[in-house]
Design a protein around this ligand. Structure first.
Ligand code: GDP
Length: 236
């Protein structure tokens, strides 16, 4: 008799997804391997050819995006390249598991930070057009993680980003940053406010991950969520 029942969590049947602990371990392994800068694209014509699945990270400048990318990948200066003046308006692609199409399992796309007060309107329009074209045309893009500073909450420019993602029909998930700055009750309020705002938006993933690059809180959880996403889309 086959002892593997659907409810048997230890089952190794291919059709069953791993347990939560299994995803934590898969997430750890996914980010423990090599992570290399592949490409920086300032215009759409220069996007790298389609390869492995991609996940993108977006957020207002100063939200803590570089710090979170470094924490996720365990590298001190992975995202420094995105902070180099003149490069801030590009989409930067990093490959996990090796830069060649045969070995790469996932690409991280660091989207340029938005919401600089000092940027002229024409530049904002150019940025929005680039992002819209990227989001609409990138069929390998599995999810966009929109980072929100937990102390500040959702601002108008973030709502504009959500609008753009809704229009582009790209699935997205909010990640709160700098959780260490808030007391427990403040954090609960911040989380609830974000969840309420997202409830109106069908393309938004309902689960919000709360992180701190400083304390490391939530980083394993985010890695596990990314491993689960890869499993769900049937990636290698
Ligand atoms: P980016 O502009 O979105 O790439 O943001 P950075 O990663 O450069 O971070 C912006 C500022 O926020 C820096 O001063 C960081 O030290 C700070 N920061 C980033 N992550 C955290 C965090 O988890 N906790 C706290 N308290 N500060 C953070």
């Amino acid at each position: 008799m086959d002892s593997r029942q659907p409810s048997d969590k230890s089952s190794t049947a291919d059709s069953l997804l791993p347990t939560a602990e299994g995803f934590t371990e898969q997430g750890r392994l996914l980010f423990a391997g090599p992570c290399e800068f592949v490409f920086g694209s300032a215009v759409l014509e220069q996007l790298p050819p389609f390869g492995p699945p991609e996940i993108a990270f977006a957020g207002r400048s100063n939200v803590g995006k570089s710090s979170l990318l470094n924490a996720l990948t365990g590298r001190k200066a992975l995202a420094r390249v995105s902070h180099t003046p003149g490069r801030t308006q590009q989409l930067n692609f990093f490959a996990l598991g090796g830069a060649t199409p045969e070995t790469a399992r996932l690409r991280l796309v660091d989207m340029p930070g938005y919401g600089y007060a000092a940027v002229e309107k024409a530049k904002v329009a150019a940025w929005t057009a680039l992002m819209h074209d990227f989001l609409r045309g990138r069929t390998t893009l599995a999810r966009v993680f929109v980072l929100i500073d937990s102390r500040r909450g959702i601002k108008d420019v973030d709502e504009e980003m959500f609008d753009l993602l809704d229009r582009s029909a790209v699935s997205y998930q909010v990640v709160l940053t700098k959780r260490d700055e808030l007391k427990l009750a403040e954090h609960a309020r911040a989380l609830e406010a974000v969840q309420t705002a997202l409830a109106r938006r069908p393309a938004a993933f309902p689960e919000v991950v709360s992180t701190s690059s400083r304390s490391g809180e939530g980083v394993d959880e985010l890695r596990a969520g990314i491993a689960r996403l890869l499993a769900e889309i049937g990636a290698k």
